[in-house]
Design a protein around this ligand. Structure first.
Ligand SMILES: C[S@@+](CC[C@H](N)C(=O)[O-])C[C@H]1O[C@@H](n2cnc3c(N)ncnc32)[C@H](O)[C@@H]1O
Ligand SMILES: Nc1nc2[nH]cc(C(=O)O)c2c(=O)[nH]1
Ligand code: SF4
Ligand SMILES: [Mg+2]
Length: 215
């Protein structure tokens, strides 16, 4: 199978329990919850996306004909360092494209593989670190993993506090609240903090890369 990649880059994981970790980010093109076009945002299932995942024109992006070529390119971004190879598969929705061949090719190059997924498709069982970020109005089938990362607050029609309490029962190792980044970021952070103060089983995570000037 071939792969459509928006961009690839070396940075630090900015979010979640693995924040601060050196990581290659592989951002796949395309998502099943939004076309990525601004004119479709208001009618999309997921309306608050902070990411351009349309096309294959980003730095390090392109169409890759096979898994070995894509995994070699990822290793090129990691560089010569042998220790701690870590790759985050994101998008867009990465589970639209991840297959056995890619998981095997990355493992063959000694990468630990993480995923950022909306959970509407079952995550590939070979992935080593599973982060799921549910979106209201979508059918979340992947209800277990390492971290559940819920964006909060959820603008009009989003998840309710009852939904949050239901999700706290889903078997994840970590239940995380991530403040919504939009024009009201300060108010959103306050709301996210208030939620965690009321519900200590949830922890706050912030998008550290946005404060640090990282990609
Ligand atoms: C761009 S998404 C790509 C992966 C996958 N489609 C998903 O939604 O999990 C990566 C992460 O960014 C989060 N995210 C997207 N837009 C955001 C925003 N405006 N504020 C905070 N987090 C956001 C998502 O919820 C997800 O956890
Ligand atoms: N540094 C950095 N950390 C991230 N964690 C999740 C991201 C994503 O867009 O999936 C992301 C991202 O875009 N950059
Ligand atoms: S599901 Fe993820 S990639 Fe798709 S629109 Fe929502 S945040 Fe963006
Ligand atoms: Mg991002």
């Amino acid at each position: 199978m071939s792969y459509a990649v928006k961009e690839m880059f070396l940075t630090l994981q900015g979010e979640g329990v693995q924040a601060g970790r050196r990581a290659v980010f592989l951002r796949f093109a395309g998502c099943n919850l939004w076309s990525g076009r601004e004119q479709d945002r208001a009618s999309a299932i997921c309306r608050f996306c902070d990411t351009d995942f349309v096309g294959t024109d980003g730095l390090g992006g392109g169409k890759f004909a096979d898994a070995d070529g894509l995994a070699d390119a990822a290793l090129g971004f990691w560089g010569g360092e042998e220790e701690g190879r870590y790759i985050v598969l994101t998008g867009g929705e990465p589970m639209l494209q991840i297959d056995d061949a890619l998981v095997d090719a990355l493992h063959a190059r000694h990468f630990t593989i993480a995923i950022e997924s909306n959970g509407t498709l079952p995550v590939h069982p070979g992935i080593d670190w599973v982060c799921i970020s549910p979106k209201a109005g979508s059918d979340v089938v992947q209800r277990s993993g390492h971290e559940l990362k819920l964006v909060w607050p959820q603008p009009g029609g989003g998840h309710s506090l009852a939904d949050v309490d239901a999700m706290s029962e889903w078997p994840f190792d970590h239940h995380l609240i991530q403040p919504l980044d939009d024009a009201h970021a300060r108010d959103n952070a306050r709301a996210a903090i208030a939620l965690v103060m009321d519900r200590p089983q949830w922890r706050l995570t912030v998008q550290a890369h946005k404060y640090l000037g990282l990609r």
